[in-house]
Design a protein around this ligand. Structure first.
Ligand code: MG
Length: 221
């Protein structure tokens, strides 16, 4: 069993390496967004694309079934490819490589990869992305970094979503931060609400280096 897992991961890593080289060759910044289902990944992506106001962004959507998320992205005007994993609980680098070739990615663009909603499996698979982003919504509880440490340890950015709901919940940001810092002492933590727009400027700041946005005026929330 361990041997099979090692073979799968080593094949995946080879594809991830290819993806990373392709992306680097075109100057594309790729993010791998990982969270449980319903944390607001697609909503954040739609809002982000709109705020970036026509800058080149492409999206790869991963779900077990349906193309609903890709359709939501396309409605913003950005190109999107949906991957359905069937029984699979995560995207892998081979699937992502295929989707990349279908997207005809532009040089110096941004590629957002929305992984299958799951805090466990996607954490183990490198897709060739530049940054792995872990998202958690405030409705999911403060203890998730303690319960699912791999994702929160591997992530280079953590986003706490739906913070507009905080007044209605017992969620403690302080307790969440303590759990998070035990597994990941250093990754930046952004707190935002795609609905209210709070925290979105800091998120756009994080994306800015990838899009040479210093030359472009970004629309407000
Ligand atoms: Mg989604």
């Amino acid at each position: 069993m361990v041997q099979i897992e090692q073979d799968i991961l080593s094949k995946n890593n080879a594809y991830a390496h290819e993806n990373r080289q392709l992306l680097a060759g075109q100057g594309i910044f790729a993010l791998n967004l990982v969270s449980g289902p319903g944390s607001g990944k697609t909503t954040l992506l739609c809002k982000t694309i709109t705020m970036l106001g026509g800058l080149p962004v492409a999206v790869i959507e991963g779900d077990q079934q349906t193309s609903q998320d890709a359709e939501r992205i396309r409605a913003t005007g950005a190109p999107a490819v949906q991957i359905n994993t069937g029984k699979g609980c995560h995207l892998d680098a081979h699937m992502v490589g295929h989707a990349m070739s279908r997207l005809a990615l532009k040089d110096d663009s941004l590629l957002m990869i929305e992984n299958v909603g799951n805090l466990v499996c996607p954490a183990a698979f490198d897709l060739g992305e530049g940054e792995k982003v872990a998202l958690l919504s405030v409705t999911e509880g403060e203890d998730k970094p303690a319960k699912y440490p791999l994702l929160f340890r591997e992530a280079s950015l953590i986003i706490l979503t739906k913070i507009d709901l905080l007044p209605h919940l017992d969620f403690s940001v302080e307790l969440f931060t303590q759990h998070l810092r035990r597994v990941n002492p250093s990754a930046p933590l952004l707190m935002l609400s795609a609905r209210s727009g709070e925290g979105l400027p800091a998120w756009l700041e994080f994306l800015r280096p990838s899009l040479t946005l210093n030359q472009v005026q970004v629309a407000g929330p």
